[in-house]
Design a protein around this ligand. Structure first.
Ligand code: BES
Ligand code: MN
Ligand code: MN
Length: 509
């Protein structure tokens, strides 16, 4: 069955406005021409700027086929950061990104090697007295498997019903490339209104370990007034929103060992602890009947939101019936006392991401295995520290091991949560820019995913971030048939120059 372009918050009637039409019209009809810019011209602060935005729109319009084809070419490179067998493809992708940044008019463009995959950096300083925007994105992608569930090859992009199907189309190639094209369009149609630095990394999907070192070692080079990232989702195409928070992450792998070898489940079963049974019991005990996490101290640092803050968040449209229907589930499930929206954004979680052990081949094998494994993620909220939570988990998990098994907890990557302001010049510039292109003021929302580097930008560079994402929750990121709307791609390219325009006018810190 064909996946429908829905959002988890879809079914919102009041959001139907000027930009309804996205599905089958040719690109030229889907990009509303300069009408919007004309209607909103006064807020650009004068005739010259007004013309500039129109010229930029015109440039984008004139080059839209090339802009789309270039993205498809990038999507053909399988830049999977997690799997060493793609290492040379990741490197090839970095070179391609560098080449594209040079062509867009950026200067000092460099592929910076790291201990892992390279970082691509470039900049254009038009006037040191003007504000500087640091654009961040990632060219690496998640592994494509399970391959058999894709309707077309993950690295063989296909446009169907105006959706670009490919691994990385939304996360994050399609989104970071909007910036490269927006920068090109601004430069070719009157120039950049302020300075820009662009840093695109190749290890976001594996924890950004080397980016942290790069940022710490390049503080001067990365000096800026704000970080701009397109790597998140909006509520719906006719209901724009801006993420103002991300969750942190603690990721662990556990190994439960029972007897020193696999045993016949009849000969030994009943008398020896089965590590799979033990692991399942242990995991099950990590939530109580109210779906709260039972690890002592887990909630200690959690900042509860005020009633007013919760009320404000609840104003974002959300249709639980549509949400269930989209996922084909009969009921939602989560922590007592919180809505689905809250459970998936402002509350911490614990989930098993993978579990393996014993016999999983054809037919039956009566065996009591020696070992069982699982990978678990805990999504964290502001104030919870990733390392501290990992320690709490480790202590607790070792303690609850039943007699007869040994437990080992191995920490993977982690990251801190982040909240971004909604009253900064940069947020207001982003909000205005979106309002102009969507004909609707974006709603601030809190996101559930993690981009650990956001907290690091703040800690290392003292910079706040604007999460200027144009994806949808229904884009299937990290999943088969990842997709990104052609509409969303061009809407981003048209909106970004407007952000630059507004930020240039107000953004110097
Ligand atoms: N772009 C996502 C994060 C995201 C997606 C934030 C949707 C908000 C809404 C990013 O590429 C990602 O997948 N991050 C990882 C964390 C990383 C440490 C592996 C995540 O959230 O699982
Ligand atoms: Mn991403
Ligand atoms: Mn991702």
């Amino acid at each position: 069955m064909e996946a429908k372009q829905t959002s988890r918050r879809s079914g919102i009637m009041e959001c139907r406005n000027a930009l309804k039409n996205r599905s089958s019209a040719p690109i030229e009809d889907r990009i509303p021409p300069s009408k919007v810019a004309q209607r909103t011209a006064p807020i650009f602060g004068g005739y010259k700027n007004h013309l500039l935005v129109n010229a930029t729109d015109a440039y984008i319009d004139a080059h839209k086929d090339r802009f789309l084809n270039e993205l498809l070419d990038l999507l053909r490179i399988p830049s999977v950061s997690a799997d060493p067998k793609y290492k040379s493809d990741v490197a090839r992708c970095a070179d391609a990104v560098k080449q594209r940044m040079v062509e867009a008019g950026l200067e000092k463009v460099e592929v910076c090697p790291t201990k892992g995959h390279p970082i691509v950096y470039g900049e254009k300083i038009v006037d040191p007295a003007k504000p500087t925007v640091l654009v961040y994105g990632h060219y690496d992608v998640q592994p494509p498997d399970p391959l058999e569930l894709w309707h077309s090859g993950p690295f063989d992009p296909v446009i169907k019903d105006d959706l670009i199907y490919a691994r990385g189309s939304a996360d994050d190639k399609g989104q970071f490339y909007m910036h490269v094209k927006a920068i090109e369009a601004m430069m070719k149609s009157g120039g950049l209104p302020c300075n820009v630095k662009v840093m695109i990394e190749g290890e976001e999907e594996v924890g950004s370990d080397n980016l942290g070192l790069f940022v710490a070692a390049n503080k001067d080079r990365l000096k800026a007034d704000v970080v701009l990232i397109s790597d998140t989702a909006m509520i719906a195409n006719d209901c724009p929103s801006i993420n103002t928070g991300l969750r942190g992450l603690s990721y662990v792998e556990v190994e439960v060992t029972g007897p020193n070898r696999d045993l016949h489940s009849g000969v030994y079963g009943g008398a020896v602890a089965n590590p799979i049974n033990a692991l399942c019991e242990m995991i099950a005990s990590l939530h109580d009947a109210d779906r709260r996490i039972t690890i002592p101290g887990f909630y200690d640092a959690v900042q509860e939101l005020s009633a007013a803050e919760r009320k404000a968040l609840a104003e974002a449209p959300f249709n639980e019936e549509e949400y269930k229907k989209d996922l084909n589930i009969e009921a939602v499930r989560g922590e007592k006392g919180y809505t689905s929206e809250e459970r998936s954004s402002i509350r911490p979680t614990l989930d098993v991401n993978g579990i393996w052990a014993g016999y999983i081949g054809e037919g039956a094998k009566t065996v009591l295995p020696s070992k069982a494994f699982a990978k678990l993620s805990m999504r964290l909220v502001p104030n919870q520290k990733s390392d501290a939570i990992t320690k709490l988990f480790k202590n607790h998990f070792e303690k609850i091991a039943p007699p007869g098994v040994k437990v080992e907890v191995r920490p993977h990557h982690g990251g801190e949560a982040a909240v971004t302001p909604i009253d900064s010049p940069a947020y207001l510039a982003a909000s205005k820019a979106m309002e102009e292109t969507f004909c609707k003021k974006p709603i601030p929302t809190r996101g559930g995913g993690s981009i650990p580097i956001v907290a690091l930008f703040e800690a290392e560079l003292g910079l706040k971030t604007v999460l200027f994402g144009f994806g949808l929750d229904s884009d299937n990121i990290h999943s088969p048939n990842e997709k990104y709307g052609v509409f969303n791609y061009f809407q981003g390219i048209r909106t970004i120059p407007r952000f630059f325009q507004h930020f240039a006018a107000t953004g110097r810190r």
